[in-house]
Design a protein around this ligand. Structure first.
Ligand code: IMP
Length: 190
């Protein structure tokens, strides 16, 4: 079965292809020579849906897309849908610096990563799967692995940040890992 993943991120494609196994062929936007789809929505769910919807209605093949935001409770859930370009430059280092500055006066450093995965099946039915992991924002970076806000995000119940975990460790508990597991269970149950 062919399944389009509406992303250019080949790490994410490899991750889900491994999880699905040889019965599925995951096709990415790189394979399809597609440009970046503008994320013009005002919520994580809207952006996830608009990417999946655009690709499904163009190719008429089962298709899914993900969108993620970091919600910091004492900052009214910012950066949220603006996570990728919080500081305006698109650079993770700038985003982290701005977040640490904005949080410097706050005692509550609780936060969560939220992923919404949108799946269009071959009958054109649309399903949403959510993955959330809660944690705390540290006051300085710890670790060098991962990407985005990983160096300052410490999931609840762990001494390490996402940056200090192996990819396998992170995927078991992460927002995206949880949403992908829900999608896989749904596909396998059909
Ligand atoms: P995307 O929707 O997966 O592209 O995520 C949007 C932004 O959220 C990224 O550019 C990162 O800044 C941040 N982000 C998403 N997932 C993660 C993660 O697993 N660790 C750290 N930052 C993340």
């Amino acid at each position: 079965m062919e399944l389009i993943f509406a992303t250019h991120n080949l790490n994410k494609v490899i991750e889900i292809q491994n999880a699905l196994g040889a019965a599925f062929k995951v096709i990415s936007l790189v394979d399809l020579n597609e440009n970046q789809i503008p994320e013009s929505g005002t919520t994580i769910q809207e952006n996830s849906h608009l990417k999946a919807s655009y690709i499904y209605h163009k190719y008429h093949l089962p298709c899914f897309a993900d969108d993620t935001g970091l919600e910091v409770f004492s900052l009214n859930n910012e950066p949220g849908v603006h996570s990728a370009r919080y500081a305006g430059t698109g650079a993770s280092e700038d985003n982290i610096d701005l977040l640490l500055t904005n949080l410097s006066d706050h005692e509550d450093r609780g936060a969560q990563f939220k992923t919404i995965l949108t799946f269009y099946d071959d009958q054109s039915n649309c399903h949403f799967f959510e993955g959330i992991v809660q944690g705390n924002i540290l006051s300085s970076r710890m670790g060098v692995g991962g990407f985005g806000y990983d160096p300052i995000f410490q999931p609840v119940g762990f001494e390490k940040t996402f940056s200090q975990m192996s990819l396998e460790e992170k995927n078991k508990i992460s927002h995206r890992g949880i949403a992908i597991t829900k999608l896989l269970n749904h596909i396998r149950s059909k």
